[in-house]
Write a protein that binds this ligand. Sequence first.
Ligand code: C2O
Ligand code: CU
Length: 461
Amino acid sequence: MITRRNVLKAGGLLGLSGVGLGVAGGWRAVRAAAPMALRAHEIEAVLDGTSPTRGVMTWNEGPEPPVIRVRQGDPFAARLINGMSEQTTIHWHGLRIANAMDGVPFLTQPYIYQNQTFDYAFAPPDAGTFWYHPHCNTLTQMGHGLAGLFIVENPDDPPFDHEVALNVRDWRLDGKGQFIAQFKPRTAARSGTFGTVNTANWKVGPQYDAPAGGLTRVRIAITDVTRIYRFGLEGATAMVIAIDGNPVAEPFPFDTLTFGPGQRLDLAVLMPAEEGATARLMNYQTSSPYEIASFRATGQPLGRSLADVTALRPNPIGEAELGNAPVLPLDLSATAEGAPVTESFCGSLGYNFWAINKVPWSGDTPDPHEPLYELKLGRSYVLELANRTPHSHPMHLHGMTFKVLQSTKGPVLPLYTDTYLIRPDEKVQLALKADNPGDWVFHCHIIEHQKTGMTGFFRVS
Ligand code: C2O
Ligand code: CU
């Protein structure tokens, strides 16, 4: 229910967001009217550093991707207004909210036509770095820009001297900065079709100022549709404080970490003490590593230390009871069925290349297959994922958070997460407490894989 009181609260809160906290240079946090208007439309924006790209899709006016900031537990309301010439929805990635707010066409809501609206309202239960994106014609809409950060603040978080949020992604552009075909069937059947221009916050290698010798909280979200990143930092040291929105039990020194599309990483970066020195966030996953963004030390050194970094308060996630939890096998495979399939508006790309438990489904279609499994509300389960393909897959579950138990690839961090990047030939066990009723999609977040078969859903009731 959107009550006047809730709306005022959300509007007032967002109006004040960012006050007292250094928010990265140039960031314009979305300010909420009541409810906050999110008008999806097309704009022109310079993404490659030179030419304006036509047909960039976003919910604000640019020239940067939107960021929404709210407080943990406070009511939030947004009205999606579709100003595009195609249908859309919004999914709130990683948020444990009611099924009706999940934004999945046919499964949880109708898709929204041009000039129509849909009201989303929820109170985010967990603090952390989340994001939002469409769940209709997702490859095109996300590929063309529709992806924003959704930052849930916990007022009790330890103080940082500064904060920078990075929306990290590629674009498929030609030499004149215009969009080229979003995918090739040949690469969709492999690791996906990569972008041609690498950006953070829609800029190639942007630089942000941060207090010298201070601790800067860097929130990174991979909103790319394809690319897997191996993050590293040059010129500074840092602690890992949260992964996929959830605090790690004990912050640990950051070296390099690999993440897939949809995943998030929160770092506490200790900036160099000398004014003008830079720290560089790198992607080491590519054959020639590149700089994603950099931070330049400014002002008198603050003299902070990594020892000042303390654990963030854990989110209230239901602990799975593993005693006699059923083990549910989930086999990820290529499917023999490579022939073109009927396209549907929000759904398929026209091909099936992948399957979960041998069933290929592209999701977002009016005829969902049977659920992968029916789960009893309140019961615990072990999801046993097996990757039978030679590619990595960031497997994402809507509406609930699971805990990583063990992997055939060696020791794992006992993370609470909504996305697990499963490597070739890996088998992993994930503990889940099925405490949110509804139909929840489970899919690969390499969108070409999602939309060519690697999608299913769980029914919790
Ligand atoms: Cu970000 Cu269905 O996912
Ligand atoms: Cu995949």
